[in-house]
Every structure is written in C-alpha cells, then in structure tokens.
Design a protein around this ligand. Sequence first.
Ligand SMILES: [Zn+2]
Length: 695
Amino acid sequence: MSSPNAEDLTEFQKRAEIQFKAVLEGIDQVATAHEKKTQDLVKAENESAWDRPVRPKDKSRSKDDKVEERAAAIIRAIREYERVVTFGNRPSEALPLENDRDMGGQYLTNKDRIDNESKLYQIARIVPKGALLHLHFNAELHPEILLVRARKMKNMYIRSIIPITKNEHLGETEMIFNICDPTTVDPGVNIFSASYPKLMDQENPKAESYLKTTWMPWSDFQMEFERKFPGEYQDEEPETFQAGQPQHCGQTKPTKLRPAENWLRSKMVLSLDEAYGPTQTVNGVWARFNQATRAFKGLLNYESVYKEYIGDAIDRMIEENVMYAELRPMLLDKFIPADSGIHEKRIKNHEQMRLIVDGMKEKRKMLAEQYGNDDKFPFGLKIIYCTPRSIPIPLMQKEMRDCIALKMEFPDLICGFDLVGAEDRPNHIGFYRKELVTFQETCKKLKLDIPFMFHAGETLLDTGGSSDPENSNLYDAVALESKRIGHGYALMKHTHLIEKFKKTKTSKGICIELCPISNELLHLCRNVKEHPYPELLAAGIPCTVNSDNPSLFSNSMSHEFYQIMVGDPTMSFWSWKQLAKWSIEYSCLNTKEQERGQEILSRGWKEFCQTVVRDYGPLMEDEASVNINPYRAEASYSVRDDKTHPVIEKAISDMKMAAKKSPGQEHADVVKIEREKARLWMESLASSDVLKRKP
Ligand SMILES: [Zn+2]
C-alpha cells in the first residue's frame, strides 16, 4: 500500500501528524524514564517473590550458589525447548500438527509424552521433594500390584451390583472385593447368571441372606469372565508395567494382567474419557471417583497386604525422593478382614495401627542396613485420621472418640483429624461445629495435640453442599484453626480469608496442600495452566505439592512437580525448592526432626544441582549460555514429525535464501555440519549417559 497523499489528509489528520512527529522527536528521555519504571516494577516483584528466601543473594559468588544458578538456567532452557519442540507450541497462523500437544495441557492426554519424551520429567523424578502431606492411604500403590497380590489370596471374593449377562453390563456395574470366610457364603455363586441378585432389589443390602448369595470367589470369577467374554480385555498392558520398568523397589518382574484383572483395573483408574469426555460433569466424575475408591478398598484392606503395604509405600516414596509422609486412612470400618476371613480374627483399628508401626520399624531397619543410615526415610510415617463428612452426628462423635483413643495409644503416629468427601454434598464442616469444638477441648484436657487438617475449598461452588456461600468449608476451617488445609482451590474468592493463610513475620499462616492433577481430573480446572496455584503462592500463602490418589489418577509426586513447573512460566528451580522446604516446615514433625529434615533436604538439593549440571549441562550452548544447543538437543531427544527448533529452521531458510540470491556460488551447509557435529558428540557419550538414554 502506498502512503496517502498529503492532499488526501483531512485537517484533523494533518494536525495529528504534525503534533505526533514533533513529540516523537524529543521523546527519548521520557521513554527511558518509563523503561526504568518498568524495570523497577520487575525488580520489586522479583524481590518480593514468594520463593525469594531460597534464591541466592544477588551478588553471591559462592560456589554452591553458582551451581544452583546453573541448574536453574538448565531446567528453564529444557522446559522452553520442550515447549517449542517436544510439544510443538508455536503461536502462528498455521494450524498445529495432529501430533502437537499443549505443554501444561490435559494431564492424561499428555502423560505418554511426559513419561516417554520429556527430560524435564526425568529431572522432576530426581528432585528432592521433602514431605508428602496429602495422600489417601489406599491410594499410593498402583492397582496392578494389588491385583497381582490378590492372586495368592484364596479367600478373595468379588461382588457385583447387577448380574453380568451381557457386554454392556461390564460398563454399568460396580464391583467390590472382600476377603470372606468360605463357610459364610453360598458355594456356586455366579455373577454371570441371570438369577444373581440385584442390589437395587434388596430391602436391606447388609442383610446376611443377601450377602450370602452375592460373593463369588475371585478365582472362579476370572475363569468365568474369560469363558463369557472370550478374547476381550486381553491386550491391555497396564502402563506401569510397560517397558518392563519396575515402578518401585518392591516389585520384581513385570507382569501381564489377565483379562478379568484388566477389566477391573479399568474400573479403578480414571480413563481419559471419564475425566475429559465432552458430557462429563463434576458430579459425574466424583461419582466415578467414589466408585473406583470402593473397588480399591477390598483389594488393600486385609491382613497380609496391609502389612506389606507400608514397606511397599515407603519404597515407592524413596524412589520418588520423598523423605516423609502423613497418610490419610479412612477408619470408619472398625475392622479389616484377616486373611482367613474368619469373623473372630478380624483386625481392629488399633491393631491396624500396630501393623503400620511394625511395618515402619521393619522397613527402617532394612533401610539402615542397606544404606548405612536412615537419611532416605528418617522419620517414618504419620497418620491423619479421616472420616466422611456425610455421616450422622452420633457416628461423628464416635469417630472423634476413636481418633482420640488411637492418639493416646499411638501418640507419635496419629497427627491430625480430617473430614473428607465431595464438598458439593452435605455436610459442611460447621454442621459438626459442636462436636469439633468438643474434640478440641477434650484434646486439651487430655493434653493431646491433634490439629485439624481439613479438606476445604476443593470445589467451584464452595457452598459446603448447600446453596449458601456462607457455608463454605473455608470459613470453618479457619475458625477452627486448621493447621493446613487440603486443596484450598476456592480460596482466591475470599478477600478476607486469604489474609489468614498468608505467612507473615508474626504468623505462620495456614499451609495449603496443593493437589493439581487431582483438581484437574475432578473438574475444578481443565488443565494445570488454569489452576490458581501461582496466584495462591503470589499472595504469600505457604503451599506444598501432593499426589492425593495416585492409584486412581495415574500420577505420582514426580508428575505433580513436573506439572507445577510447566503450569506457569514464572515457576522455576527456586519454586521447587521453596515448596519442598515448606513441606517439612508445615509437617507434624517436631522441631528437632524438622531441623534434621531441612538439613537432609539441603544436602539433597546440593547433590541434585550437581547432577543436573553434570548430566544435562552438555545440552547447553556453552557453560555460560542460558540457551540450549538445538542441534545437540535434536540428537538427544526423540524426533517427532521432523519438528525442529526455530534456530535450525531459520538456518535452513537462510541457506535457501542465500542460494536463491547467488545461485552459482558454493554455500556451506551449516545445518548439515552442525548436525554431524551433534551426531559425533552423541557417539562420544557413554551408553549410560542420561542424554543418550531415551526415557
Ligand atoms: Zn484428598
């Protein structure tokens, strides 16, 4: 387009032009002043950043600080490389490729790429994570492990809510496991027969007559399943066994599940469709989640697995670089079955606690023998007593008395009390106000310390299961002096409450146990980029990172740390470090233990930084650069759809342009030369080098 003729301009346009040009000529000084203002704002924001306390001082020249800063630069460069190349996020007019994904997009959609192609995730796996403060007891081990364990249990039985006679019943029904005494159930029960009783037809689902006729031996069920649905659910190799990688030290060999086990597994783990289906609703996904929890319960809650579980769970945490955990079991059922299923031999709550303590002792002894000290898991586990928020008042009173009694018997084990369940359903915390205050006063009288650690604000409605916003659980959680709260997703709506959570010079604040993947799968946000954790942190609220229900959500602490890093560009190495430090500071460990925990953590961080610099530093342009060498990265990452880094793309296009401009002349093929250099560099690496190893 040619510029308009001076004669075409209106009087107004002419005046505007004259004035604008005149001002522009002398504006440099004003612009510089504004630039300074912007820089000052950025600087001030950096200085007041929530993770400032763990960043090196500005002019620090200490060797450790330099290594930390290098590790931070490498992690950032790797994240940004993966954003552009591994995920293919390039804003432009062009439609994305079929294989492009959003970095920080839907977790389950991305999981495969994260697990198999991301070096940032590899790094997230080795980050020292401190403590895991929000984990439901049944949910640390993957279902495959429990299903394989159940093979040995001859008294393992299964029950369906409807007879399974057609393919569609496989989707409709809900299944529950239990250990039964064979003398108390009818022989020959067949879930696949049309005469199998339906749960909805029962007047009393707990009646002995109903129970007698519904439990089918799990081994019979599996055989019958294959007869009824031949060839189905054969090939679904569970992800945790893929590539033959053991998922925790306790697991020896990869195992393939049988068809009925594969089907059951699909009932326990939230699928992509169930989490993200276009017509899925909050209530729908919660109902599905509760169903999965019920299916899990019987697979874990029996004598021998309960015993082994503690050791396995600790192994899994060590593998994830977690040094301590506070677990949340549900103890509303006052017993778990003995392996024999015999009623009189049932294991009572306090005997369960004994199994946990013994399991812990045994494991710690083994660790001390293996490593020469107990630094890997120095403080064992603690238990937060959980009870559903849906139960009637008298039952709640009993739960509280039971919790207090367990605390008296196991003072070092029981560390908190919590109410759990979907917050869009009754009751809100305030419904039990009288009981909760009585609980606090009774504890005072008995000189017991059982702080509240409520699930609160894990909801978008935030009305405590009513239609009234004043019933938000966040109010009662604060009023009742909750030490920490689970989730806190809805907190940013509460101008006044936010202040109570902030850490200040005079107040420790209230810590939020973040569970980003759980929140996404339970429909609070579409992906981690929409999660309010950056805002909560920016407000000065201490937070920790947690996995909530790994067995149902196919996540882990490493995945959560990964998500935190890709969920917002302001997150950095320092953010990881501050979150890990807070997890010790806001745990229920005593002062001395916390000091030791922080000391072990600092040592871990030092080692971690050195590992990152040593193993991933060679991907960088040079030792001082903050940029990745795209050719080396290309050689080290698995290549997808010929997707290359913009630097390489530009080099290719520059060469083409040069060839066009001067056709006869020889031009060095820069890209070819650099690629060859990168190939030779890869060849020079030892086969054990992490950059050579595909994840
Ligand atoms: Zn939870």
